[in-house]
Design a protein around this ligand. Structure first.
Ligand code: PFF
Length: 449
């Protein structure tokens, strides 16, 4: 997906293909791994409510704005703002997104991507017997404490991402997502069924679905905001890039609604698969990054043919992760091709090595060091990206679209006035006023190292 002229630019094969590819980028570790552990950390259902509100009033309008910029510009994020005649200052959004997404986010994303491979393999050997003895937490801690293994699987995950991006991903992603996304959905439904029928599951269902608003703090809001952007792949220019491959006749607003709805649905379902089981097994919901890697094996261990489900689940988690990591890597690649005028193969290989090297301190930090100002390197990079760079990128995108480029954005969203968009007024309010003020407020009040 290198940058080309509008006329010979590759476009998605079909509307469904595009939505599934955008959903493929959006649906990933963020939904199944990160969303549930943030719900656990932030006290349950209150976080879910805030997350939904933020996704509807901030995430969705920002996604429409990014699609509009991308389709109008037909360029990757760094070049997009110049292509639509914006002042060079706004290219900052593209630059920041490229750095934050293509490099920093991917550097810790591929560490967790590596875990999915390890878990796929171990599903077929020791994982479930250990989990059946209540030792899935020990297994997880021993694994992340073993730096060689973590780095090894990180490198394997990144090598696979690199290979796919190397081969070009136009038809590849689209085709893969069409099969894998529905399969992921089916497996989640089966897991939910098992989880909610475990004895003692009601406590978890209440924790997840009955909000206690007294649990809300500024930090909760910022976690929800950062998670919404992370999960929807916003603020990093990914949706600008994907938007640039949408055909002129497509409806941007409804594509955004579909993408955001599918993404949110999968996150909600992941929580429903995890929390009832967490409580039924007497586990701790606030245990952080290990939550789904510790709980789900314990659920699988209680299922007939648990090994098969465990293997399938981690395989699908791996696919969900890799369709997202490809989209992140594409940003770094498109940037390298444009900036250094290298060929695609050279760019992808160089970027792959750089990103792995950037990720090594994150991988090592899970065993205790290095740290940045008291936080493990992994947590520090994750916090910086999700709670700082993504909100700032999205804030700037709202200012640009809402105040500098509104008529063009409206024209883009209605296909030059040919389509009705009944929510236009609400959308304008959201991007001009609601989203920037809310992001700025949440950012300032919630920032806490
Ligand atoms: N949205 C992906 C997930 O939820 O796992 C992660 C991600 C992909 C974030 C692409 C940002 C991005 F630009």
């Amino acid at each position: 997906m290198s940058d080309r002229n509008a006329s010979d630019r590759e476009h998605w094969g079909s509307r469904m293909g595009f939505i599934l590819a955008a959903a493929g980028s959006a649906i990933g570790l963020g939904n199944i791994w990160r969303f549930p552990y943030l719900v656990g950390k932030n006290g349950g259902a209150a976080f879910v409510v805030i997350y939904l509100i933020i996704t509807v009033f901030i995430g969705l309008p920002v996604m429409m704005a990014e699609f509009a910029i991308g389709r109008a510009a037909q360029r990757s994020p760094v070049a997009a703002f110049g292509a639509i005649g914006a002042h060079p200052f706004w290219s900052l959004i593209g630059w920041m997104g490229t750095l934050a997404g293509g490099f920093f986010t991917l550097s810790f994303y591929n560490v967790v991507g590596g875990w999915t491979i390890k878990y796929m393999i171990e599903s077929l050997s020791v994982l479930l017997p250990l989990a059946a003895d209540g030792k899935s937490g020990d297994f997880f801690n021993a694994f992340i404490g073993n730096s060689y293994q973590v780095v090894f699987f990180q490198v394997v995950f990144m090598a696979l991402t690199t290979l796919i991006v190397l081969g070009g991903i136009g038809k590849g992603i689209e085709r893969a997502c069409k099969v894998l996304m529905p399969a992921l959905f089916a497996i989640l439904i089966i897991l939910i069924f098992r989880s909610v029928t475990l004895p003692g599951a009601e406590v978890g269902i209440n924790f997840y679905l009955k909000p206690d608003l007294s649990k809300l703090t500024g930090e909760t809001l910022l976690d929800a905001l950062g998670q919404s952007f992370f999960s929807l792949s916003l603020g990093l220019g990914i949706m600008i890039t994907y938007g640039s491959y949408i055909g002129r006749e497509e409806r941007l607003p409804s594509s955004a609604v579909w993408t955001a709805s599918l993404d949110t649905l999968i996150a909600l379902l992941a929580g429903l698969a995890i929390f009832p089981a967490v409580f039924a097994m007497g586990l701790e919901p606030g245990q952080g990054a290990g939550l789904s890697f510790v709980t789900l094996p314990a659920v699988f261990a209680k299922m007939p043919a648990g090994m098969v489900f465990s293997f399938l689940f981690f395989m699908l988690l791996f696919f969900a992760a890799i369709t997202s990591s490809m989209s992140l890597m594409e940003v770094a690649t498109a940037f390298g091709i444009e900036k250094f005028k290298w060929g695609r193969a050279k760019t992808v290989c160089v970027m792959g090595v750089v990103i792995v090297l950037l990720g090594v301190p994150s991988a090592l930090s899970l065993a205790g060091a290095p740290q940045i100002a008291g936080k493990a390197f992994f947590d520090a990079v994750e916090y910086l990206c999700n709670n700082v760079l993504l909100p700032v990128g999205s804030f700037l995108a709202c200012l640009f679209v809402g105040w500098m480029w509104l008529p063009q954005a409206c024209s883009e969203l209605t296909n030059e006035g040919k389509l009705a968009f009944p929510w236009m007024k609400a959308w304008i309010w959201c991007v001009r006023v609601v989203a920037p003020i809310a992001i700025a407020y949440i950012f300032v009040t919630g920032l806490k190292w």
